[in-house]
Design a protein around this ligand. Sequence first.
Ligand SMILES: *[C@@H]1O[C@H](CO)[C@@H](O)[C@H](O)[C@H]1NC(C)=O
Ligand SMILES: *[C@@H]1O[C@H](CO)[C@@H](O)[C@H](O)[C@H]1NC(C)=O
Length: 307
Amino acid sequence: MTAIIPWICFCALFSGIFASQHRRKDGFQNTLGHLRTSTPTEVQEKAAKDLIKRLLGNDVARLFNVIVDPNLGPSEKDTFQIKKNDLGEIEIRGTCGVAVTWVWWQWDQWEKNLDWMALNGINLALAFNGQEAIWERVYVELNLTIDEIDEHFGGPAFLPWTRMGNIRGFAGSLTTHWHYQSIRLQHRILQRMRELGIIPVLPAFAGHVPRAFARLFPNAKMTKIDSWNKFEDRYCCPYLLDPTDELFQTVGEMFLRAYIEEFGTDHIYNCDTFNENEPGNSELSYLENVSRSIFTVMSSVDPQAIW
Ligand SMILES: *[C@@H]1O[C@H](CO)[C@@H](O)[C@H](O)[C@H]1NC(C)=O
Ligand SMILES: *[C@@H]1O[C@H](CO)[C@@H](O)[C@H](O)[C@H]1NC(C)=O
């Protein structure tokens, strides 16, 4: 029990500092500040109580009472109050349940990680699993062959770099079983995040596409990404669609629609076009166009989208 108190106190202290610094209208409310969990308070309370049970065991967990009260504290700020109540329980009252990410991880590790996030007051987190499974559906619909899809996806340990357009097909491909597992896992992660009041940030389309796009869409405007870390051509350099090509919108929307159809959305997304790779064109208007096209995809699919 001694372990949990400092964490929660830290969380309360942090929220307090955060609240006082941001009380002035400073743009925060116009960007991320209005993001709110839509999870009912009872569900958040149960998720927080379950977390305490996992952490401390049933006997000790009985000494805790968790109350979610959205009206506690300054409006639009996360606030926590901890006291001993009349029943001798440690009462944790807060505006959110407990204000709350790797490739080989199965649910057990994810569950611990999500508990850790919750206890540290993290309430916005990347939730990027399952994206290759959804991309596979989109690629099949676009008529890529299975061989073409296999040569695009990197193996599990290299997915971050495949996602950033740095490499392709390295230590791949991905199996049907892998895709199935990643979808199941992502559903569990999202459910728990939402129960705990953690807002998941979902993946979106950054513009990178498999080499097979040159066969399928010979008139599409796209450039080959430069080699990353001297990877040979076989394993590097997918194409990057030009933001002004209508295929950018088409493909981006297909992906995001399919992803949301599978997993739902909390209206906040992330993707990186130039992560460890240089824009082929350094004109400001090109970079502007890339960003505009990414956001146009997001907001066409989800009018409430935030990037
Ligand atoms: C995929 O192939 C089918 C059958 O040949 C065709 O009807 C469809 O238009 C193609 N889809 C795309 C996106 O090119
Ligand atoms: C940016 O987009 C505008 C409007 O589509 C286009 O006219 C312009 O050429 C684009 N800039 C670059 C550098 O591609």
